[in-house]
Design a protein around this ligand. Structure first.
Ligand code: GRF
Length: 210
């Protein structure tokens, strides 16, 4: 049984997609053992509570230094003893101590097709604003493993989404969530729970046939 810790900051729609996929059996052989938020007001914590999942807030505001927050986040994760950490709308830069402790065991959902529209400043609605400003006709979402560089680790899954005439950033964000994010993240967890994912020496992922 794959032990999954989910890190959140906001509405938790990606967390909800995972919860629903576990309930429906779309994801087998996995369980969410802890939801961790940097934001005590995150609705994602309400979603965890409603699903009977332990929710914990580890907020940078509670610590005198960033280093102390980083240590507290690592301790909170280690206490949950996850096999996989899922960043689902997590707006905190993952500290290197966490990446080292959970090397190649952290995945993130990015609301664009990496390497496009990613990196510093590309998060949440800003991503879709940039897509529209550039006039891109296709966007999408990416699930990737997390390493020390922002939005840089091995790509696991991607799904394209059409940009339509008259789209606003909000409309486009919702379409990317519905048509890509909420599909890809549960699928990624399911593949990892089935032990079907490997990363080769060139940092390319491979998915074994079921
Ligand atoms: C979404 O845009 C997601 O792509 C990004 O964080 C935002 C909020 O996600 N990673 P959620 O509703 O909190 O899951």
């Amino acid at each position: 049984m794959l032990r999954v810790a989910v890190c959140v900051s906001g509405g938790g729609t990606n967390l909800q997609a995972i919860i629903d996929a576990l309930r429906s059996g779309t994801i087998e052989n996995a369980q969410i053992v802890r939801v961790i938020s940097n934001n005590k007001n995150a609705y994602a914590l309400e979603r965890a509570k409603a699903a009977g999942i332990e929710g914990v807030c580890v907020s940078p505001k509670e610590y005198a230094t960033r280093a102390l927050f980083n240590e507290a986040l690592l301790a909170c994760l280690k206490e949950a003893a996850p096999d996989l950490i899922v960043l689902a709308g997590f707006m905190v830069a993952v500290p290197s101590c966490v990446i080292e402790a959970f090397r190649d065991k952290i995945i993130n959902i990015h609301p664009a097709l990496i390497p496009s529209f990613c990196g510093k400043g590309y998060y949440g609605l800003h991503v879709h604003e940039k897509v529209l400003q550039r006039g891109a006709k296709v966007t999408g979402a990416t699930v990737h493993f997390v390493d020390e560089d922002l939005d840089h680790g091995p790509i696991l899954l991607q799904k394209a989404v059409e940009v339509r005439e008259g789209d606003t950033p909000e409309v486009l964000q919702r379409r990317v969530m519905e048509e890509a994010e909420w599909i890809l993240l549960p699928r990624a967890i399911s593949l990892i729970a089935q032990d079907r994912v490997t990363i080769d020496d060139n940092r390319i992922t491979h998915i074994k046939e079921s």
